[in-house]
Design a protein around this ligand. Structure first.
Ligand code: GLV
Length: 381
């Protein structure tokens, strides 16, 4: 393929280069995948106002998210097993984000550890927290994020239990892959990936292995989640985490106005309107369709961000128009990473920036700070 021009191009390349179980892990939603599809489809229902003959020089996409400068209103979302899309994936993506001037969020369920990412970056990154029953482990994990000078804790609220993604079960997903015929057949057709993976020692859950005790199967995300994640997690726990952390906090996974009010009451710095990329409650509405209602409910008290379904710079602009201070992208950067490593992440960000910039200009605007509903020809939500 010639130079990728769209996120869809990167996805095509990633599908060819990444073993099926890991490509599918990224590209899947829960059950019927209806919410996964709705996240993308609802963006395409929003139409933009074409404006002409206005000065389009000196455009700026610069913004801030939770008070941190960003070259555009986009952050890399926390994604599990990023280091299985490409060897050392989290370290590569973090470096690409740092060079681009946008936040990188490391998942608790990453392959490279907090310390690995800290060692290859010079600016603070964000750390995403899953809360396990073992509170001693959580205290140590938060301590490690502090020691690494992470500048925000992103607490995921919508994954106390794991939504079922059929492909993961069919593919026998695990990190590292188990020595089964099914896995061997998936790996043998991806020799380049295998070679690169043999060249790194990071092939398991780096934040967990060697740090958590009493774990029966550490290679399976499903088994680990069912056994260790805390299904009793409550708003009181969020307050406990906030005190323990003592820094900026973002609550991810809010899709309802009542929950948004409760999140704002905690004194967190931001919320991310999210249905976990359609990977948790299949049948929930798309993130973008819920964004305006949530902004209306709490936008004057807390920063509101959004993720889910963003596949272009146009989608970023639409989200900003509907009140998002920031957007978070997961799959677009994972496709870039799987396709071309660090250069692929940079390519994904360049594609999004270029689309965002040109779209903003053709809507007659020069500064992302001035974007509001006025640029929309119609907004179905
Ligand atoms: C974990 O965050 C997942 O969605 O698999």
């Amino acid at each position: 393929m010639s130079k990728p021009l769209t996120i869809a191009d990167l996805k095509t390349l990633a599908r060819r280069r990444v073993p099926k179980m890991f490509f599918d892990y990224a590209d899947s939603g829960a059950w019927t995948e209806g919410t996964y599809r709705a996240n993308e489809e609802d963006f395409s229902r929003i139409k933009l106002r074409q404006r002409v003959l206005v000065d389009m020089t000196n455009r700026s996409l610069e913004t801030t998210m939770i008070g941190e400068k960003a070259s555009m209103p986009v952050a890399l979302a926390p994604t599990g097993m990023t280091g299985m899309q490409h060897a050392d994936g989290e370290m590569l993506a973090a470096k690409a984000a740092e060079e681009f001037g946008i936040p990188f969020t490391l998942s608790t369920m990453s392959i490279c550890s907090i310390e690995d990412v800290a060692a290859v970056t010079t600016k603070p990154f964000w750390f995403q927290l899953y809360v396990m029953k073992d509170r001693g482990f959580i205290e140590r994990l938060i301590g490690r994020a502090k020691a690494a000078k992470c500048s925000a804790l992103v607490v995921t609220a919508d994954l106390q239990i794991l939504g079922q993604r059929h492909k993961d079960i069919r593919n026998g997903l695990s990190a590292p892959p188990k020595p089964t015929l099914n896995a061997a057949l998936q790996l043998i057709t991806r020799p380049r990936w295998c070679l690169e993976m043999l060249g790194t020692k990071r092939r398991g859950f780096g934040n967990i292995v060697g740090h958590a005790s009493n774990v029966s199967d550490l290679s399976s995300l499903g088994a680990w989640t069912a056994e260790q994640f805390d299904p009793k997690l409550s708003w009181d726990d969020i307050r406990w985490i906030k005190d323990l952390w003592g820094g900026k906090m973002i609550i991810k996974g809010i899709l309802d106005e009542e929950d948004a009010r409760a999140a704002a009451d905690t004194g967190a710095d931001a919320i991310i309107v999210s249905n976990h990329g359609g990977r948790q409650l299949d049948g929930a509405p798309s993130s973008i369709s819920m964004l305006p209602k949530i902004v209306e409910a709490v936008g004057d008290r807390i920063e509101v961000h959004v993720d889910g379904g963003i596949r272009s710079g146009q989608d970023v602009l639409k989200a900003v128009a509907l009140g998002a201070r920031g957007t978070h992208i997961g799959r677009p950067f994972l496709y870039g990473l799987g396709a071309m490593g660090k250069d692929g992440v940079t390519t994904a960000l360049e594609i999004i920036r270029n689309e965002l910039d040109i779209t903003m200009a053709l809507c007659g605007k020069r500064d992302i700070q001035t974007i509001d509903r006025n640029i929309l020809a119609n907004a179905p939500f």
